[in-house]
Design a protein around this ligand. Structure first.
Ligand code: SAM
Length: 289
C-alpha cells in the first residue's frame, strides 16, 4: 500500500458501514487504504469523493486505485473546504465522511519533506507544497516569545522557553538536523526507549505550519452539515490536542446528532504490534439525527 498502512481499518469500516450505492467522502486520501476498503465494501456502484492537500499522495493513490474508474473522484484541497467541495461534486447529503488526519508514512519517510528529526532534510513540513509558509520561516523569523508560545501550546513542551532560546541562538537553521541539535542542546541526547526530545517541538511546528487545529475545527462543523440525516462522521486523530477538539465538537455539534463511541476507540494490541503508528491513533464516530 505504497508505504502507508491504514490504521483502525476494521473499526473505520464498522462505523462507516459502506453499502452498494453509498456516497462517501474520504477527507484524507493519503495512500488510499481506507478509500480502497470503502470502495470494495460498496461494490458495485458506491462512490468516494477523496480529498488531500498533498499532491503527491493524490497522484500515488489515483494510480493505485485506477481500477475503480469513475467510482472515485479526487480533489486537491484542504479538508476545511469540504462544504464547497461536496457541493461542487454532488456529494451533499453524503452517507459518511472519514478523516484520518495528520501526516502519512510517505511524508515522514521522505527526508525532502522535512517532517522527521531522524532524517536530514530541509525544514519544510508543508503538507500542501503549494503553500508559502515553511518550518524554516517559523524558526528563523518568528520572535523567541512566539516560538516559545507555539512549542508550549501546540507541543505541550514544558521546556518551551529554553528550547526557543536555543533555536534563536542557532539561527539560521536550514535542516531538520540543525533544529534537532538546537533542541538537544537543551534536552540532552535521546536515551534508549525514551520518547525523542525533539518530538514535541517538531509536532508543534507542524501544527502551526499547516494550521492543523483551525482546519480541523472548520472541517468538523462543515462535515456534520454535509452528511445526510443518519449519515456518519468518523475521525481518527494522533495527538491529544486534536482528539480534544473532536471530543468537544461531538459533544456540542452545530447540528443535532449522537456520539457512537461512548469511549474512544484505540488500536488492538495486535494492530499496534504490526503498525507502530496505530499506537497513538484514536477514533471517534458521530451520527447525524
Ligand atoms: C494519515 S494520512 C491518511 C492515510 C489514509 N487514510 C490511508 O489509508 O492511506 C493523512 C493524510 O491527510 C492529509 N491531510 C492532513 N491534513 C489535511 C487537510 N487539512 N486537508 C486535506 N488533507 C489533509 C495529509 O496530506 C495525508 O496525506
Amino acid at each position: 500500500m505504497r508505504g502507508h498502512t491504514p490504521v483502525l481499518l476494521d473499526e473505520v469500516i464498522q462505523f462507516l458501514d459502506p453499502k452498494p450505492g453509498g456516497r462517501f467522502i474520504d477527507a484524507t486520501l493519503g495512500a488510499g487504504g481506507h478509500t480502497r476498503a470503502i470502495l470494495e465494501r460498496s461494490t458495485p456502484d458506491g462512490k468516494v469523493l477523496a480529498i488531500d492537500q498533498d499532491e503527491s499522495a493524490l497522484a500515488g493513490a489515483s494510480e493505485t486505485l485506477a481500477s475503480f474508474g469513475s467510482r472515485l473522484a479526487v480533489v486537491h484541497s484542504s479538508f476545511k473546504d469540504i462544504g464547497r467541495i461536496a457541493a461542487e461534486n454532488g456529494f451533499l447529503e453524503a452517507d459518511g465522511v472519514l478523516a484520518d488526519i495528520g501526516i502519512s508514512s510517505m511524508m515522514i519517510d521522505d527526508p525532502a519533506r522535512g517532517f522527521s528529526f531522524m532524517r536530514e532534510g530541509p525544514l519544510d513540513m508543508r503538507m500542501d507544497q503549494s503553500q508559502e509558509l515553511t518550518a524554516a520561516d517559523v524558526v528563523n523569523t518568528y520572535s523567541e516569545k512566539e516560538i516559545a508560545d507555539i512549542l508550549y501550546k501546540y507541543g505541550e513542551e514544558r521546556r518551551s522557553r529554553a528550547i526557543a532560546r536555543s533555536i534563536v541562538k542557532a539561527r539560521p537553521l536550514q535542516l531538520t538536523t540543525d533544529l534537532a541539535r538546537a533542541i538537544e542542546r537543551v534536552m540532552g541526547t535521546p536515551r534508549y526507549r525514551q520518547i525523542h526530545p525533539a518530538t514535541r517541538t517538531f509536532q508543534a511546528l507542524r501544527v502551526v505550519v499547516n494550521d492543523e487545529l483551525q482546519c480541523l475545527e472548520t472541517f468538523l462543523d462543515s462535515a456534520m452539515t454535509v452528511v445526510r440525516s443518519g449519515g456518519r462522521l468518523v475521525v481518527v486523530t494522533f495527538h491529544s490536542l486534536e482528539d480534544r477538539i473532536v471530543k468537544q465538537k461531538f459533544r456540542m455539534p452545530p447540528v443535532p446528532g449522537r456520539v457512537l463511541t461512548k469511549k474512544v476507540v484505540i488500536g488492538t494490541e495486535d494492530e499496534v504490534r504490526r503498525n507502530s503508528r496505530a499506537r497513538s491513533a484514536k477514533l471517534r464516530a458521530w451520527e447525524k439525527s
